[in-house]
Design a protein around this ligand. Structure first.
Ligand code: CP3
Length: 345
């Protein structure tokens, strides 16, 4: 008999219940590490692929078929809802999101209207189709957290120091909070629409939150992440909250309203559990570059992560950040096998 979706190892671990095996999926599992992805994307711009239902479905399925992971992550991007409401932006290959008119004044806030279901109709059609195709494998929907999205909207492009973003935050807190509130409404609605279309869990990516001090995170960012997580609070979907370099923020990121806190590779999971507290599950946290080391090293490091993950009430195995494009796909498949073979008792 096959396991029903609600009892899948991934959803059980998110809820803090004992799973049949430790579940595993990879951030950026759908993407450039796979030759079949690169082939499908030939001649198709990244954002065009995100609004083409058949491509989204196929790209989301590729890593599930190839690696046997325990969850699918929806193929899209954190800037998709911004594109959908008409913000003039592009994802430039090798660079990332680039915004034509960065938002640094109150007048420019007008670019951010509410997201309506019709704006993302082909995206939601892909969620519906995937839920049917995936059967008992959960689909994870996602959105960007307000701080990470603001960092693109204010800088206009990827940044190392978030200079314009932090300058706005500190010099005009009122405009900052209005901007973050607008973004939170859009990201929250994007998350809600995916969950209503059938996604089994959601992840809020606050990838660049680690650039903030704990005090600034609490004042300028956390309330808006809470608003995004709250947007699906009534829908019975576990909520994962992840960022990079967030060792000092883990407790606050959990308090923002997450059921599962994503941890990067910089701190061991048992230490992360002490910072987060016993009532939330954790996700992570193998260093993605370890996959470039010999198999024996990958296995040893994976087992260390699994051992440390036992301290949590639930552990979803993942990398500490996304799969690097140059990663050997076979190394990922072998890693899935190592995680699944790990004895829990
Ligand atoms: O497998 C998956 O994780 C699902 C799809 C996914 C993408 N982006 C596809 C993508 C997800 C979950 C994201 C989230 C995302 N997008 C984040 C948060 C996660 C993280 O990595 O921290 C961020 C910060 C973005 C913004 C963004 N989009 C960046 C920084 C880039 C990389 C630019 C580059 O070319 O190196 C993108 C583009 C992007 N998003 C690609 C993919 C597969 C690569 C574009 C391509 O294949 O042409």
């Amino acid at each position: 008999m096959t396991t029903p979706l609600s009892e899948s190892p991934f959803l059980r671990a998110c809820r803090g219940e004992a799973p049949a095996h430790v579940p595993v999926w990879f951030m950026r599992q759908a993407g450039r590490s796979l030759p079949e992805y690169r082939k499908l994307r030939e001649g198709v711009a990244m954002l065009d692929s995100c609004f083409t239902t058949e491509l989204v479905v196929e790209i989301t399925m590729q890593p599930v078929r190839r690696h046997g992971v325990d969850a699918a992550i929806f193929f899209s991007d954190i800037v998709v809802p911004l594109k959908a409401i008409g913000v003039d932006l592009d994802i430039v290959p090798g660079v990332g999101p680039v915004i034509a008119e960065p938002i640094r004044s109150r007048a420019q806030l007008a670019q951010l209207r509410d997201l309506e279901p019709d704006d993302v109709a082909p995206v939601l059609a892909a969620v519906t189709a995937l839920v049917g195709e995936l059967g008992s494998t959960p689909l994870i929907g996602f959105a960007g957290a307000p701080f990470t999205l603001a960092s693109y909207l204010v800088e206009g492009r990827p940044s190392r120091d978030y200079r314009h973003t932090k300058a706005l935050m500190h010099s005009d807190p009122e405009l900052w909070h209005d901007l973050m509130g607008r973004i939170a409404a859009i990201a929250g609605q994007f998350l809600r629409l995916q969950a209503q279309a059938g996604a089994s869990a959601v992840q809020v990516f606050d990838s660049w939150a680690g650039a903030l001090s704990l005090a600034d995170y609490r004042t300028f960012s956390q309330p808006h992440s809470t608003a995004v997580l709250d947007a699906v609070a009534d829908l019975d979907v576990p909520r994962i909250h992840f960022g990079v370099g967030t060792g000092e923020l883990l407790g606050a990121m959990g308090e923002a309203g997450a059921d599962v806190v994503g941890v990067d590779w910089r701190i061991p999971l048992d230490d992360a559990v002490r910072r987060i507290g016993p009532e939330r599950a954790v996700q992570g946290n193998l260093d993605p570059t370890v996959l470039f080391a010999p198999t024996a090293v990958v296995e040893r490091e994976a087992r260390r992560v699994l051992d440390e993950g036992r301290a949590a009430r639930g552990h979803v195995f993942n990398l500490g950040h996304g799969v690097l494009p140059e990663t050997d796909p076979d190394a990922l498949t072998r890693l899935v096998d190592v995680v699944h073979a790990y004895e829990l008792d």
